[in-house]
Ligand binder design. Structure first.
Ligand code: FAD
Ligand code: NAI
Length: 467
């Protein structure tokens, strides 16, 4: 093994990897980041969070111009220019990925282009367009992320039978879009194309959308999406799909078993989850233990079964979220530096960026009751919030769960306008161990959407003012 010339080699430049690299450089480590694509940023910046949010924002503007502006006394008509919408999205991605490169330059982080393979705890072999190079390092951090999962019997063709990456670049609006999977991707990308004119039907194996999230809140979101024209079929599983003539023919079976039927559509989006990505990494050969689902196993300090090799983000267990990957990257590197790096897993918020949005932190009502916790529930509808009324937003509510004995906030679930922004106050409250009373007693500016949070906190003790 050669003498290490680098303190830390990060493999993967997604939000887990690039943020970890920056934190390591801040702490004085000589850091290199290996990325197999020519552009940094990983799934999140290139084919995930950012392009999907750019399209969600653009399509929401289109939809609002067509269906929402007239109520405000503004007469307008809208015509879709899909090519420009896509170009704008690509520009947003380009600016942000260039931003990562400039942050790397600012912090003296070397970006090494090519596929990284772990030779042993002190060596990473990088194979790229310029040949093969071996990096000798003191430590390795794996942040190789995830890839879309496929269904047996359904092969992606990139045009008519697609996963999320292709669904971000469709050249025209499909007349009929069939989505398999009512998770975050199915609902967000289903929303984009519905707003742009597709008839969207979502097929889901379970009897509900967004499994794992607070059932009552999810029901409100489902109703709002149905009102917008999105259709759902529950308890069904797609078994095969093929392109025949002008149609994609999808064979569907009831989850409980029974007769198969054939559904047709123009584009089929398969959004049934993502799998950890370790192809070409050499992890198993290096002795790194994986779990049954192919995720890299780590201890409480994100160290793998091989001392000196660490892993974070989508490639390990836990929610596949960009901010989870970032926090793990920072905490892991701080631990390497002898600092008390820590991630508060119960306080990680998650957001579905439909309209209305759904944002959640902490326990769902079902979780809390299953754990035998006595819960006090406070809800407040946006219908009774002055700012939401002024905006013309009527759907949704804030729901806060507090411990019935101590009043400590256990969880919060918001369906409504800008729920993604509103959840920050509740995540912070949970992080600080705040009570519903703490939230209820803080002064919130008027008229604002966060007043609905204060009112829901008041409702925990049965004393909301405006309802
Ligand atoms: P990734 O972002 O997947 O990055 C891994 C990187 O490693 C990639 O660039 C890959 O090329 C590189 N790599 C892999 N193997 C090697 C190798 N051997 N050598 C060199 N490089 C390698 N999350 C949210 O929190 N909010 C959202 O709004 C959101 N929206 C999403 C929308 C979509 C459509 C999708 C698909 C995902 C979305 N996510 C969202 C999830 C989010 O993108 C992931 O949780 C996040 O990107 C994980 O970060 P990561 O750093 O672990 O991995
Ligand atoms: P998911 O795991 O969130 O949802 C997949 C859905 O597909 C589930 O409801 C599941 O029951 C269903 N399903 C599975 N097999 C099926 C079958 N054969 N037939 C019908 N339905 C089936 O996965 P998704 O939406 O693909 O997202 C992947 C990951 O990306 C998620 O972990 C998510 O955290 C992340 N993501 C996060 C976003 C956000 O934070 N806003 C946005 C998009 C993705």
């Amino acid at each position: 093994m050669s003498e290490p010339t680098i303190d830390l080699v990060v493999i993967g430049s997604g939000p887990g990897g690039y943020v970890a690299a920056i934190r390591a450089a801040q702490l004085g480590m000589k850091t290199a980041c290996v990325e197999k694509y020519p552009v940094p940023g990983g799934t999140c910046l290139n084919v995930g969070c950012i392009p999907s949010k750019a399209l969600l924002d653009s399509s929401e503007r289109f939809d609002f111009t067509r269906h929402g502006l007239a109520a405000h006394g503004v007469r307008a008509s809208a015509e879709l220019d899909l090519a420009t919408m896509m170009k704008r999205k690509d520009g947003v991605v380009r600016d942000l990925t260039r931003g990562v490169d400039s942050l790397f330059r600012k912090h003296g982080i070397e970006r090494v282009e090519g596929t990284g393979r772990i030779v042993n705890a002190g060596e990473v072999e990088v194979t790229g367009a310029k040949g093969t190079r071996t990096l000798a390092t003191r430590r390795i951090l794996v942040g190789t992320g995830s890839k879309p999962a496929a269904l047996p019997g359904i092969a992606f063709d990139g045009r008519r039978i697609v996963h999320s990456t292709d669904a971000l670049t469709l050249p025209e609006v499909p007349k009929r879009l069939l989505v398999i999977g009512a998770g975050a991707i199915g609902l967000e990308l289903g929303s984009v194309w519905r707003r742009l004119g597709s008839e969207v039907t979502v097929f889901e194996y379970l009897e509900r959308i967004l499994p794992g999230m607070d059932a009552g809140s999810v029901k409100l979101l489902q109703r709002a999406l149905e009102k917008q024209g999105m259709k759902f079929r529950f308890g069904v599983s797609a078994k095969s799909a093929r392109v025949e003539g002008g149609d994609v023919r999808v064979e569907v079976e009831p989850a409980a078993g029974g007769e198969r039927t054939v559904e047709t559509c123009d584009v089929l989006l398969v959004a049934v989850g993502r799998r950890p990505f370790t192809d070409g990494l050499g992890a198993a050969e290096a002795g790194i233990r994986m779990d049954a689902r192919g995720r890299i196993e780590v201890d409480d300090h994100w160290q793998t079964s091989v001392p000196g090799v660490f892993a974070i983000g989508d490639v390990i267990a836990g929610p596949m979220l960009a901010h989870k990957a970032e926090e793990e990257g920072i905490a892991c590197v701080e631990r390497m530096h002898g600092m008390p790096g820590h991630v508060s897993y119960p306080c990680i918020p998650s957001v579905v960026y439909t309209w209305p949005e759904l944002a959640s932190v902490g326990a769902s009502e079902e979780d809390a009751r299953e754990q035998g916790l006595g819960v006090a529930v406070g809800t407040f509808p946006f219908l009774a919030n002055g700012r939401a009324k002024a905006m013309g937003e009527r759907d949704g509510q804030v729901k806060i769960l507090a411990d019935a004995k101590t009043d400590r906030v256990l969880g919060a679930h918001i369906v409504g306008p800008r729920a993604s922004d509103l959840i920050a106050e509740l995540a912070f409250a949970m992080e600080m161990g705040a009570s519903a009373e703490d939230l209820a007693r803080s002064v919130h500016a008027h008229p604002t959407l966060p007043e609905a949070v204060k009112e829901a906190a008041l409702a925990v003790a049965g004393r909301a003012i405006h309802i």
